[in-house]
Structures are given as structure tokens and as C-alpha cells.
Design a protein around this ligand. Structure first.
Ligand SMILES: Cc1cc2nc3c(=O)[nH]c(=O)nc-3n(C[C@H](O)[C@H](O)[C@H](O)COP(=O)(O)OP(=O)(O)OC[C@H]3O[C@@H](n4cnc5c(N)ncnc54)[C@H](O)[C@@H]3O)c2cc1C
Ligand code: SF4
Length: 328
């Protein structure tokens, strides 16, 4: 057993200072991901700084009409929030599509965003993995890679990002508020996570010690016409093979605006900006939705076991947009 110490900081600045002094310390929220990885020997922090009581556990109104979600809001509370369900339904649906009821009671907004990949080789310390041990190689590229990336991967890592919630937040143009040793900053969720490039050990653009304090949702009315669809191997308790979060604004049969983001296909929630661009100003019909999905997926580079993700992604983008256009 590896010894580690547990610290409950009294305020945000104290927590940040503790991490700044300890390069191998980590924040602990619900622990549903971090503690599992510590048991597997994948994560080996020597200090855990409990941040669950330091940030807000409320969903609050913002002056601009948007909503602020405290980093400590449990996933189930967020999914049940009336304003979230009515104004940002894709987010509530994404949360309820993840994990199990018990896990969602413990899991927090901050922790969910920063959960690590479910690549089986990353979780198995007996196999080479560039994310766990840079330079050791990637076992997935020639191994079992059904669940891996088809977009934006690199020769160093083909892992996918696992969070359903983050995919919805990326589509909803959410911002993450962060406090760190260098002060406060605000990052679009879309830019929080990274593609692997030649540094697959880095999942996000956060610096060591930066603490997520909240997430802001914008006051865009058409986000109320949004949906999350997830395809997985079991009806519950399984991560996405492919998922889509989409919002659509249609007027007189013409697409005025859209937001589309994909899960299960890349090292980060994949914002489908090329499809969004292709849709703008065109007819809201199946042929156009299909064509826009094809444009987004042109750059897909499937691995041996996951070519099925390309038609699957195309079909769920098309189906979800079609439903959103019919419901309006
Ligand atoms: C069996 C099982 C099935 C699951 N299925 C799904 C699924 O289908 N879809 C899905 O999306 N998820 C799924 N999950 C993952 C689950 O959603 C995450 O474990 C959970 O959201 C993590 O939240 P947490 O608060 O427990 O984070 P923790 O485990 O406490 O922390 C996770 C990471 O975030 C960091 N961290 C936590 N809070 C902050 C903060 N405020 N600022 C900076 N860093 C922070 C920690 O240091 C750690 O690195 C599943 C998990 C399990 C165990
Ligand atoms: S895909 Fe990434 S996480 Fe998985 S084995 Fe390769 S380097 Fe490691």
C-alpha cells in the first residue's frame, strides 16, 4: 500500500497553496474516479486535498440571464434542476446517461469534467501507455481499440475522453471558471480538454494547482431545443461508443443556428464546427443534416476495430438534428 496524506483545506486559497507546494498532490471531490485509479496504482498522489466543501453546490442565476453551476454540485442534483431541464435539456439528459444513480449522487461537476480516460491499457499498469508513462508506447494502437478515437488522435495516443456531461457543456458554449496560483481565469469548455499530440499525459489545458470553481451556461434561448443521444453497449453503466449533444434553431424551415458536439470519438469533446457551418442558412431536412455530418467526419481516421464509429456518428447526428427540427 502507498501511504498518502489527506488534507481538508479551510478555503480555496489554502487548497491552491497546498497544491502549489506539492507537485504530486491532487484535489479530491467525490472520489469516484480518482480513488478507483489510486486502487489500480494508476494515480499515485502523495497528498489529497479535499475540495468538496470549498466550492458552491448550487445552481445560481447570472445577471446576463445565464446560469452558474458550482463545482461541487452533484451530478444528480444538476440533472434534476428545473432550469437545467427546461433551458438546457441536453445537459440533464447527458448527466442521466452517465454512470449510475449512486455514483451520480457522489460525483461532482468539477470532478466529472476532469475524469480520466477509460482506455483499458491506461488502467493496466502492466502494459505500455504513453499517457501513464510518456515514451513507453501506446498499447491501443495495435491492440483492442474498438472504444478509441477516430478524430484528432496522434501516433502517441488514441484514447477518448469519457465524460457525457462535458460533451453537452461543449455544445452549450459553457465556460469553466478556474482559480489557481496565477489568479482567476475563464476557459470555454471546448478549450478545457486537449488533443493528445506529443503530450498525451496532459488531458487538459489546466496548470497544476488550478481549481475549477464553477461552470457558466450562456443565456441563449435556442439551447432549450437541445438533446443528448448516447450509443453504448449496455443500456446503463456503460461509457459512450459515440454520443452527440446538439441544439438547433430553425425558422421557416431554414437552419438559423446550431451547436453540435460529439463524445466517444476523440481525446476531448469534439465540437463539430464544420457541420455547424455547413448547416447555417440551409434547409432543415434529413439530406442536409446527413451532408453536414459527412463534412464533419471527412477527417476521421478509424483504427482496426472502430470503423463502425464513422457511420454511427453520422447516423446519430442526422437523427438527433431531425428530431430537433421536428419538435420545434
Ligand atoms: C462504474 C462507473 C461507471 C461510470 N459511467 C460513466 C458514464 O457512463 N459517463 C460518464 O460521464 N461518467 C461515468 N463515470 C465516471 C463518473 O462520472 C466520474 O467518476 C465522476 O463524474 C467524477 O467526479 P468526482 O467528483 O467523483 O471526481 P473525483 O474522482 O474526485 O476527481 C476526478 C478528477 O478531477 C479532479 N478534480 C475534482 N474536482 C476538481 C476541481 N473542482 N478542480 C480541479 N480538479 C478537480 C481530481 O483531482 C481528479 O483528477 C462512471 C464511473 C464509474 C465508477
Ligand atoms: S490510447 Fe493513450 S491511454 Fe490508451 S494505451 Fe495508448 S497512450 Fe495509453
Amino acid at each position: 500500500m502507498r501511504p498518502y496524506s489527506y488534507v481538508r483545506a479551510s478555503d480555496i486559497n489554502g487548497a491552491i497553496a497546498t497544491l502549489a507546494e506539492a507537485p504530486n498532490a491532487a484535489y479530491l471531490a467525490g472520489g469516484t474516479n480518482l480513488v478507483d485509479l489510486m486502487k489500480l496504482g494508476v494515480e499515485t498522489p502523495d497528498v489529497l486535498v479535499d475540495v468538496r466543501r470549498l466550492t458552491s453546490d448550487r445552481v445560481e442565476d447570472l445577471d446576463d440571464g445565464g446560469l452558474r453551476i458550482g463545482a461541487a454540485v452533484p451530478n444528480n442534483d444538476l440533472a434534476a434542476d428545473r432550469k437545467i431541464r427546461t433551458r438546457y435539456p441536453a445537459l440533464a439528459q447527458a448527466l442521466l446517461a452517465g454512470a449510475s444513480g449512486q455514483l451520480r449522487n457522489l460525483a461532482t461537476t468539477g470532478g466529472n469534467l476532469l475524469q480520466r480516460t477509460r482506455c483499458v491499457y491506461w488502467q493496466d499498469t502492466t502494459t505500455p501507455c504513453n499517457k501513464r508513462e510518456p515514451g513507453s508506447g501506446c498499447s491501443a494502437i495495435e491492440g483492442h481499440n474498438k472504444n478509441h478515437a477516430i478524430l484528432g488522435a496522434s501516433e502517441h495516443c488514441v484514447a477518448t475522453h469519457p465524460s457525457d456531461m462535458a460533451v453537452a457543456m461543449a455544445a452549450l458554449d459553457a465556460f469553466v471558471n478556474v482559480h489557481g496560483p496565477g489568479g482567476e481565469r475563464r476557459i470555454p469548455v471546448e478549450e478545457l480538454h486537449r488533443l493528445p499530440g506529443d503530450e498525451p499525459q496532459r488531458d487538459t489545458n489546466l496548470e497544476h494547482g488550478e481549481l475549477i470553481t464553477s461552470v457558466d451556461l450562456p443565456p441563449l434561448e435556442f439551447l432549450a431545443n437541445s438533446k443528448y443521444r448516447k450509443v453504448r453497449e449496455r443500456a446503463s453503466y456503460a461509457f459512450a461508443l459515440v454520443s452527440v449533444a446538439a441544439a438547433l434553431e430553425v425558422e421557416d424551415g431554414i437552419v438559423r443556428d446550431s451547436r453540435i458536439s460529439l463524445g466517444g470519438v476523440a481525446h476531448k469533446p469534439w465540437r463539430a464546427t464544420r457541420a455547424e457551418e455547413a448547416l447555417r442558412g440551409g434547409p432543415a431536412n434529413e439530406a442536409n443534416f446527413h451532408a453536414a455530418a459527412d463534412i464533419e467526419l471527412e477527417g476521421a481516421e478509424p483504427l482496426r476495430d472502430n470503423a463502425f464509429k464513422v457511420p454511427l456518428a453520422r447516423n446519430i447526428i442526422t437523427r438527433t438534428l431531425l428530431e430537433l427540427s421536428e419538435e420545434r
